[in-house]
Structure formats: C-alpha cells, structure tokens
Design a binder for this molecule. Structure first.
Ligand SMILES: [Fe+2]
Ligand SMILES: [Fe+2]
Length: 271
C-alpha cells in the first residue's frame, strides 16, 4: 500500500484486494430483510469516516515534516493513515457483502478543516489534539459500545478488528500532543484551547445530536439493529458523554488546557 493511496482515485482503490478474506461469512438467519437493509447502510458511512481519518493522518504526516516539533512522528502518522485505509476498505467490503451501495466520499470537509491551518506547527497541533487524541478517544468509545451490542458474526469481527487499531491511534494522539506541549508558546496554547472548545461542540453535533433527536422523537428502536452493529440511540448518547466527561475533559486538563471550560463553552466562540 502506498502513501499516495488516500488521495488517489478513492472509488477504485477501495475495490481492490480482499479485505474480508480472514473474516467470517455473515450469518443473517433470524433477521428480516428490512432489518439487514437498515443496518447495512451504516457501513458506507463508516467507510467514508475512515477515509476522512486517513486523509487527516496523511495531512498530519506531511505537516509534521515541515514543523520543528513534528519531526520524528511522521512514520507513526503514515502507519496510522494506512490503518485507516484498511478500515475504509473493510467497511466498504462489509457493506458490499450485505448488499449496501458503495460509499460516497467527499474530501471537501477535510479541505475545509485544513484550510485555516496554514502554519505547519499549528496544523500538526490542532489535528493531533482534536482529530486524533479527542476524536479517536470518542470514536473508540463508539466502536466499543457498538461491538458490545453486536451479535452477527461478520459485523462483530469487523468492529473488533477496527477497535484494535483505534486504541493505538488515540494513544498516539495524546502522546504526541503531550510531547509537544512544553515547546508551545502561550499563543499556541490559547489557540489549542479554542480548538478544543470548537471541536467538542462540533463532535457533539455530529455524534450525539442525531441520537438525541431520535430519542426526543420517541421512535422505537429495533434491538436487531444493534445486533447488526447500529448503536442504539441511548447507548450512543451514553458512550459519547461518558467518553467526553470521563476521558477527554480530564486528559485535556492534565495536558495543561482547561478541559472543563472547553466543554462548558463549546458553543461560545472566543471564550
Ligand atoms: Fe479507523
Ligand atoms: Fe483511527
């Protein structure tokens, strides 16, 4: 696999190879067609998320070569980008096996994220703190909760496999930002406080808000969906807030930021 893969023809490279060779066949007896149809549509979305992570790690690897504090970390970011490409392939292949349409990739959100981060040191710090340390901690919690509820063998095996790498990714994020922290000046630290604040608000909107809306609408959730890997809205909400309050906020504070303030002011720009 080459480092150019994430930016290459995204649709084509995900078709290559057999990422499911070592995985069990799906066992769908006991599930209605409509239940499988509902659950399988999560896989192309997961594949798109994984590819987004690959693009972030690739941007991080590139910026690290241009930043004085990033030198020495490039190979680890590239290895993580490769993991994420593999995850994207796995998710796309799992969806295809269950009959889902191919993933749709939109790199414009990644470009929008990178656009304002022109300075290489500012870019590596913001990406490593928000997208890797915070983002992977939360996504690990979501994968863990999803895997816990999953019963269908292929679904469970794929979620389990992805989890192994996500444990390492979030650790990489916290290790890198902790190692870089002493070299950062006050303006750089203040910028990271703002990044943490805005990042937490954005993640709540993206991850928890749809589940909260579902709960408010009082729509029943079929437990078979959870067996097929779709996290029950209550479990999703619980996993998100537990990860933020018990893991992310204390770790931000241990780093030297004000984690509680970042979380409290997540919708108050400038605080
Ligand atoms: Fe991943
Ligand atoms: Fe990851």
């Amino acid at each position: 696999m080459t480092t150019a893969a994430p930016g290459a023809d995204r649709g084509a490279f995900l078709q290559a190879g057999g990422p499911l060779d070592q995985f069990p066949l799906p066992v769908l007896a006991g599930y209605e067609q409509a239940e499988v149809a509902f659950a399988r549509n999560a896989w192309p979305l997961r594949a798109a998320e994984e590819l987004r992570s690959a693009l972030i790690f690739r941007a991080l690897a590139r910026a690290s070569t241009r930043s004085p504090i990033g030198a020495g970390w490039t190979a680890l970011f590239l290895a993580a980008a490769h993991d994420e490409i593999f995850h994207a392939k796995l998710c796309a292949a799992t969806g295809a096996r269950l009959g889902a349409p191919p993933p749709r990739y939109d790199a414009s959100l990644v470009h929008a994220r990178l656009g304002p981060l022109t300075d290489p040191t500012r870019r590596v710090c913001a990406l490593v703190l928000i997208e890797v340390a915070v983002g992977e901690t939360i996504s690990l919690a979501m994968f863990r909760a999803g895997r816990r509820a999953a019963r269908e063998p292929l679904t469970r095996a794929v979620l389990e496999r992805i989890l192994i790498d996500e444990v390492r990714h979030q650790r990489l994020g916290w290790s890198a930002i902790s190692a870089w922290w002493p070299a950062l000046d006050e303006p750089a630290r203040a910028a990271l406080q703002q990044e943490a604040r805005a990042g937490l608000g954005a993640m709540e909107q993206q991850i928890a808000a749809p589940a909260l809306h579902w709960l408010q609408a009082n729509v029943a959730f079929n437990s078979k969906y959870a067996e097929l890997g779709v996290l029950e809205p209550e479990a999703r909400v619980e996993a998100f807030y537990a990860a933020v309050e018990r893991l992310v906020v204390p770790r931000l504070t241990r780093l030297g930021l004000d984690g509680r303030r970042a979380w409290r002011d997540r919708y108050s720009a400038g605080r």
